[in-house]
Design a protein around this ligand. Structure first.
Ligand SMILES: NC(=O)c1ccc[n+]([C@@H]2O[C@H](COP(=O)([O-])OP(=O)(O)OC[C@H]3O[C@@H](n4cnc5c(N)ncnc54)[C@H](OP(=O)(O)O)[C@@H]3O)[C@@H](O)[C@H]2O)c1
Length: 283
């Protein structure tokens, strides 16, 4: 097996790359450029599997940088799907809960109706469709709210906020499933031969306020000194943003659990592990 991971410097890619023979960022292989990835593959013959972690993932910025978001999120997976078919490699691509409108207040299955409420979600949905068109054997894993040690993410930012003596306001009216990057990476690496669309996230729906309360407890238990005075739940309308976001995008993960023969652990266990590791790094 010769695995190539794209977007290898990002939050998820920086975990998946540990198992990969080839790991590239935008500079080494721009997935929006079919010629560039073809020449990368010809310089690195024998690729058997591709995991695409590259994305334009800044949801609000995608509203103004529409072409760039489309190029990476829609054309990128299509290009990689074409290349994978040409070189006879399998491809796993990562997508998002933002393809859903988030108006159904129940766990979402893979074939529930999609209708993105942001340009980011639209480009990711377009990427799914284009990839499956050019490479029907591709595997797409939709995930939500990733946290981990690499890249930029809400949880790393929240940990810094908890260590300052200020009040923290977190939204309490949007729900989804937090996903620990190493758990997602393990699942992705076990899905290299799969086809079709799957949902993966850790178990236990949460809003940011509930997550913040859990994080305060777990961070204290891990040894961090917490200075934040108070955590307050506020409506999402407190922080107006250019892009719309699904109100309730909680996945039904039973399809991937059946495929892998596992029961996915709750996000709080992943959070505990994240904090213990983060504390180990600073102490
Ligand atoms: N983070 C979440 O909460 C979340 C939730 C649901 C789904 N997802 C999906 O999960 C996947 C991984 O997300 P992530 O959070 O790990 O993203 P991330 O941290 O933003 O990493 C994405 C990486 O892709 C690179 N990239 C951007 N454009 C590229 C291009 N044209 N060619 C090659 N590389 C390019 C970025 O490089 P630069 O930094 O140079 O731009 C970055 O290193 C994405 O498909 C994302 O849509 C993420």
């Amino acid at each position: 097996m010769k695995l190539w991971v794209t977007g290898a410097d990002g939050l998820l890619g920086s975990v998946v790359r540990k198992a990969a023979a080839l790991a590239t960022g935008r500079r080494e292989a721009d997935i929006g450029d079919l010629d560039a990835i073809r020449s990368f593959a010809s310089l690195n013959p024998g690729i058997t599997h591709i995991v695409n972690c590259a994305a334009f993932s800044l949801v609000d910025l995608a509203e103004t940088n529409r072409d760039e978001a489309f190029r990476t999120n829609a054309l990128g997976p299509e290009n990689l799907g074409i290349l994978a078919a040409e070189i006879g490699a399998r491809i796993v691509h990562i997508s998002t809960d933002y393809v859903f409108p988030g108006t159904l207040h129940r766990p979402l299955k893979e074939d529930d109706p999609v209708e993105p409420c942001s340009h980011y979600g639209f480009t990711k949905l377009e990427g799914e469709r284009r990839l499956l068109k050019v490479n029907p054997k591709a595997c797409i894993i939709r995930t939500s709210w990733i946290f981990g040690q690499g890249g930029k993410n809400f949880v790393a930012k929240l940990l810094q906020m908890l260590q300052k003596p200020e009040e923290i306001r977190l939204t309490d009216d949007n729900w989804n499933l937090p996903t620990y990057a190493p758990d997602l990476s393990d699942a992705v690496l076990r899905m290299l031969e799969a086809s079709g669309i799957y949902h993966f996230a850790n178990r236990g729906a949460a809003n940011k306020y509930e997550f913040g309360l859990a994080m305060r407890e777990e961070a204290e238990a891990a040894g961090f000194s917490i200075a934040a005075k108070r955590i307050l739940g506020v409506p999402a309308s407190t922080f107006p943003s250019p892009a719309g976001r699904p109100v309730y995008s909680v996945f039904d993960v039973s399809k991937i659990e059946r495929e892998l023969g596992v029961s996915i652990r709750p996000w709080r266990e992943g959070l505990r592990e994240f904090l213990q590791e983060a504390y180990g790094k600073i102490s």
